[in-house]
Design a protein around this ligand. Structure first.
Ligand code: APR
Length: 389
């Protein structure tokens, strides 16, 4: 067994692990990232793309904000559509903006910054296992290229996503989980075609939710609601474009440019929270502790906020030995997370078709009409969409 020593062992090189690594790197705090996939796989994942203001600031702090600054598209509002009605949620109501910039690009920038600064990431490691995280001497074991390794450390950051090993290493009686699965998914397409709108559009259509999103001025990300058991093999780009266009109002349908799919997939919609987010010297960060439906674009922003918060705790500890911020990490993170879970759940309920029950749809329309008439309601949505402080 090869023996290694570090201060912080980070499991997972998704956005939360990579960001935490970069912030620690800048602070001179010794750490290592262990990732079970290859770097190409990590870079190839297509996911979210709407960054809240604090997320942009944190990426800048980590030295990964340069390209985001020049290529990110500032958003000052987004649009809710239903039947014949529509309203624009102006982010000025919250005094904030949001930025369109793909998670794939965020990941690339963090990996580039890490390479430049000499941070160590071990990709394609196997059988990662966490040990003794209730003691002052936690350890992580793993295998790489047939060799066995043991890393002893002060802290473990479980940044390994929903399917990762960190949360699963906790005894069942020490962790509470809360879960809600929506009975539908989003069928998404990514294509190099100019977006139908330079602002995000959410449409409550009688046959199911439609979303027009974008990744740049030349790359669109569109979604339609499909039943949860829909088979992706039944779909190709042509069928997607037909169905998408059919649900769009005329003004947007007339602007639609179609093209080959760079990616098509079905994402389930669900909410999941694990409590607490700290177990002795081990902390859960990002998707490892919580999942939200994509309505509201909170997933990536929550992961970045967790990583930043844990970094502040570690910085304090290595600065003056105080554990105050580490001790409050879980409670503070969960307070923020539940508010985002609530907003994502609320917006999902407002915009999707749940059944053929017309009573439910009438209520949705009444709520949307109210939002259109009420600055207070629009402000509530803007504040939540842009991120609560
Ligand atoms: N050992 C090492 N690495 C692992 C293990 C394991 N046992 N299990 C999973 N991983 C890696 C995954 O391959 C992935 O690269 O951990 C990483 C977790 O990354 P994400 O799932 O992206 O989670 P996170 O970094 O918290 O990012 C937050 O927000 O918008 C959402 O889902 C979106 O990925 C995004 C997330």
């Amino acid at each position: 067994m090869n023996q290694l020593r570090t201060q912080v062992a980070i499991i997972g090189a998704g956005p939360s692990g990579l960001l935490l690594g970069q912030l620690l790197q800048k602070e001179g705090i010794n750490h290592v990232i262990l990732e079970n996939r290859s770097q190409e796989y990590v870079l190839g994942r297509i996911r979210a793309g709407m960054l809240e203001q604090p997320t942009v600031e944190t990426l800048r702090e980590a030295g990964a904000g340069e390209r985001l600054e020049s290529e990110g598209l500032k958003q000052t509002g987004y649009n809710l559509l239903w039947g014949k009605g529509r309203t624009r949620i102006d982010f000025d109501l919250a005094g904030k903006t949001a930025t369109v910039y793909g998670q794939t690009e965020v990941t690339r920038d963090l990996i580039d910054a890490r390479e430049k600064s000499g941070g160590i990431t071990h990709y394609e490691v196997k059988n990662v296992a966490l040990h003794d995280f209730d003691s002052e001497n936690p350890r992580v074991t793993y295998e790489k290229d047939g060799e066995k390794y043991e890393v002893s450390c002060d802290f473990i950051a479980g940044c390994d996503g929903y399917h990762g090993v960190s949360r699963k290493s906790v005894a069942a009686d020490r962790i509470d989980t809360y879960e809600f699965a929506f009975p539908f998914g989003w069928l998404g397409i990514l294509a190099d075609v100019p977006p139908v709108s330079d602002e995000v559009v959410w449409l409550n259509h009688p046959e199911g939710f439609v979303m027009c999103s974008l990744r740049s001025k030349t790359r669109s990300r569109y979604y339609i609601q499909v039943p949860i058991d829909e088979d992706i093999n039944e779909w190709n780009a042509e069928r997607f474009w037909d169905e998408f266009k059919r649900r769009l109002p005329d003004d947007l349908a007339n602007k639609l440019v179609t093209g080959p799919a760079l990616e098509m997939s079905i994402a389930p919609l669900r909410s999941f929270v694990a409590e607490p987010m700290r177990f002795g010297q081990m902390f859960l960060v990002g998707d490892a502790a919580h999942i939200v439906p994509p309505t509201g674009a909170k997933g990536l922003n929550m992961a970045i906020a967790d990583a930043k918060q844990l970094f502040e705790g570690l910085k304090q500890f290595y600065g003056n030995g105080e554990r105050k911020l580490l001790d409050s990490y879980s409670d503070q993170a969960l307070d923020r997370i539940w508010k985002a879970v609530r907003f994502s759940w609320w917006m999902t309920n407002l915009m999707h078709k749940f059944s053929d029950d017309l009573f439910a749809r009438k209520l949705q329309i009444a709520e949307l009409e109210y939002v259109a008439e009420s600055k207070a309601a629009q402000t509530t949505i803007a504040e939540n969409f842009c991120g609560l402080d």
